[in-house]
Design a protein around this ligand. Structure first.
Ligand code: XMP
Length: 529
């Protein structure tokens, strides 16, 4: 079968309507890698969407050119094993089952799956047999990532074995007639050599879906959709100067101009002048008219005497909503609230285990819509972070705004351990600005996922000139990470550490000691509180 063209002449075209089927649907059976599958498909330039494993076939079929069944922590034999609606196998849409997905497909279509004699976990060799189109471009044995106990013993009727693992187990099956395929390994993880190539072969060659997503097309379509949804109404949004809210605001502004009312609340625990600079640039360069609210005094009053980090978070969250509501009310007749929700939040909410209780309310302005009775618009909710950055670049936003490190909503309040006072905020702002400045000077800022300074609630002894000092300790933290879920401390070059330390101690009054945090997450967290 090698070399044979699998993309039927009408592949990727809806037989009923003749319109192109351009979406890839990923059914989520609870794998920790589901979002990676979605990302990798997007990297092929194709729009992908994650749906729950039990989505109705009619919902799945809409505009869909390919289906991918994800892996799962469940065993296909488990009592509560998630199973898709069998109707999905009758849609005539090509399908790729990954790990558990392949086993589920095999079991339903009459093949044989068994609990497996040994587990295959971690890197393994994969040998594509008589090279199938799916594996075009792979040479010899490929190193792939496996993680399974159950195994396919016999493919369903009409399927062939397309490849085996180094120890001879069935690692890929396929039916060219139905365009159904299965992989026992995970092509979506970086440890799988040529994994992206396998997905590209599947999406482009077998399913016939062309690359069609681009930041420019996203901007064009989203601007049109926002105009249609919003009409002449007014939209309010919170603008923090972070990547998501900046891109969201500029995008909506492109659609509806000055009917967008972004509100920037200075809560007194922001980074030194940097946030204001960003807001100024968004105003002058991109023409946003921004309502800047100086609420520093209000927040600091409410934080006085509070040491518990969760209380600090709650106070800042509640006060933010109050300030925001007051400002929005002044604007009068507002119909919509825009939020910078991203796709990972959406994926989390369709988890197999039901709407996740762990959704981070801090990603959105928690509670605002019900409170304010506004309709919600979330123009970035189909995008991953890297795509948001690309859209931002398309909109003409400066690279250094788009490359800013993440900053938590409660800001410096969770980086000042113990009580937050105006004086302690000023010390930390200075120290943090120097640390970041030195990372930028060394050309390291963009290599680091997140970096900042922390002010400890203790004092230490030092000596300056001939005098004994008893002053504060600042910790510098810098981490490598992909999504903040896990992180490794950044190996900062010694000379950079030296410059940071010398400058902070010399230039920031009230600090006589600097430490560098060498803890990874887990078991530590990125923030100190
Ligand atoms: P941790 O400290 O949990 O942080 O390892 C992971 C990422 O989340 C950010 N973070 C927050 N962001 N409100 C936010 O908006 C918060 O309360 C909050 N706590 C942590 C943190 O900066 C890191 O990027």
């Amino acid at each position: 079968m090698s070399g044979q063209s699998l993309a039927a002449p009408n592949a990727g075209v809806d037989e009923m309507t003749g319109s192109r089927r351009t979406r890839v649907v990923i059914l989520d059976f609870g794998s920790q890698y589901t979002h990676l599958i979605a990302r990798r498909v997007r990297e092929c330039g194709v729009y992908s969407e994650v749906l729950r494993f039990d989505a109705a076939p009619s919902e799945i079929a809409e505009g869909t050119g390919a289906i991918i069944l994800s892996g799962s922590p469940f065993s296909i034999y488990g009592e509560d094993a998630p199973k898709p609606d069998p109707g999905i196998y009758e849609l005539g849409i090509p399908m790729l089952g990954i790990c558990y997905g392949m086993q589920a497909m095999t079991e339903t279509l009459g093949g044989k799956v068994s609990p497996g004699t040994t587990r295959e976990y971690g890197p393994m060799g994969f040998e594509p047999g008589d090279k199938h189109r799916l594996f075009e471009g792979l040479s010899g044995t490929a190193k792939v990532w496996m993680s399974h106990g159950d195994e396919v013993m016999e493919p369903p009727a009409g399927f062939e074995v397309l490849g085996r693992s180094a120890d001879g187990k069935i690692a890929s099956i396929g039916s060219d007639e139905r365009r159904f395929f299965g992989l026992q390994f995970h092509p979506e993880v970086v440890h799988t050599e040529h994994g992206k190539l396998v997905l590209e072969n599947y999406v482009h060659e077998i399913c016939g879906i062309p690359s069609n997503w681009s930041p420019a097309s996203f901007v064009e379509e989203t601007v049109a959709a926002i105009r249609k949804q919003v009409g002449d109404s007014k939209v309010v949004c919170a603008l923090s100067g972070g990547v998501d809210s900046s891109v969201m605001s500029v995008l909506i502004h492109r659609a509806i101009g000055d009917n967008l009312f972004p509100i920037f609340v200075d809560n007194g625990v922001l980074r030194k002048s940097e946030d204001h600079e960003v807001i100024e640039r968004l105003k002058t360069r991109l023409g946003l008219s921004i309502d800047i609210v100086d609420a520093r005094g209000r927040f600091l009053d409410r934080l006085a005497g509070v040491e518990d980090p969760e209380k600090k978070r709650k106070i800042i969250g509640t006060e933010f909503i109050r300030v925001f509501e007051e400002e929005a009310k002044k604007l009068g007749d507002i119909k919509f609230l825009a939020q910078g929700t991203l796709y990972p939040d959406v994926i989390e909410s369709i988890s197999v285990k039901g709407p996740s209780a762990t959704i981070k309310s801090h990603h959105n302005v928690g509670g605002l819509p019900e409170h304010m009775d506004l309709e919600l618009i979330e123009p970035l909710k189909t995008l991953f972070k890297d795509e948001v950055r690309k859209v931002g670049a398309e909109l003409g936003i400066d690279p250094d705004i788009l490359g800013r490190h993440p900053f938590p909503g409660p800001g410096l309040a969770v980086r000042i351990l113990g009580e937050v006072t105006a004086e302690r905020v000023a010390i930390l702002q200075e120290a943090d600005a120097i640390a970041i400045d030195e990372m930028r000077n060394a050309g390291l800022y963009n290599d680091i996922w997140q970096a900042f300074a922390v002010l400890l609630p203790i004092k230490t002894v030092g000596v300056m000139g001939d005098e004994r000092t008893y002053e504060n300790v600042v910790v510098v933290r810098a981490v490598d990470s992909l999504d903040g879920m896990t992180a490794h401390w950044f190996p900062m070059p010694h000379e950079v550490l030296e410059r940071m330390s010398a400058r902070i101690i010399n230039e920031v009054r009230g600090v006589n000691r600097v430490c560098y945090d060498i803890s990874s997450k887990p078991p530590s967290t990125i923030e100190w509180e």
